[in-house]
Design a protein around this ligand. Structure first.
Ligand SMILES: [Zn+2]
Length: 158
């Protein structure tokens, strides 16, 4: 079924597309395990057992269900796609930050963080559905963050 690889053991939720009510871009469905982890009780109470996650960096919405939304800043942890600061995690399972990537790329020109993540996945130590706000594997986000840092190495948004 799957055409990949190391993601198979990692992202157990099916990639169901849902449309963000604000930006109208495609999001993906997340379940209870993700919402329980990333929302404090008041925000958690806005949803039942599932919601959509909006990955669009220019949209403030993190989770949505119909017109009900949770915005950037209302989640327990900062969200990779919504917050470009160096202290924000790009990998929540093994706790690598954007700054970790930037430091490797600045000092060495390369980073072994994607390989460390893949090794952790292979060993069954990742818990993306719970730990990542998008409820799925971080490797795409990590690759994007690396490309962004390479494009603009001196940029440190705050
Ligand atoms: Zn959106």
């Amino acid at each position: 079924m799957s055409n990949s690889d190391e993601h198979a053991t990692c992202c157990r939720l099916p990639a169901v597309a849902l449309t963000c009510p604000i930006c109208k871009k495609q999001g993906r469905k997340v379940g209870e395990v993700t919402l329980d982890q990333h929302l404090a009780p008041v925000a958690r109470a806005r949803f039942d057992s599932e919601a959509g996650f909006c990955p669009n960096p220019v949209c403030e919405v993190v989770y949505f269900n119909g017109a009900t939304i949770v915005r950037k800043g209302e989640t327990v942890q900062a969200v990779t796609q919504k917050d470009l600061r160096d202290e924000v995690f790009v990998c929540y399972c093994f706790e690598h930050t954007r700054g970790d990537l930037r430091r490797d790329l600045t000092l060495k020109g390369v980073t072994d963080i994607p390989d460390l993540i893949k090794q952790g996945i292979k060993e069954g130590r990742c818990d993306c559905a719970r730990r990542n706000p998008q409820g799925a594997c971080c490797l795409g986000n990590v690759a994007e963050a690396i490309n962004e840092i390479k494009r603009r190495p001196l940029s440190r948004p705050s």
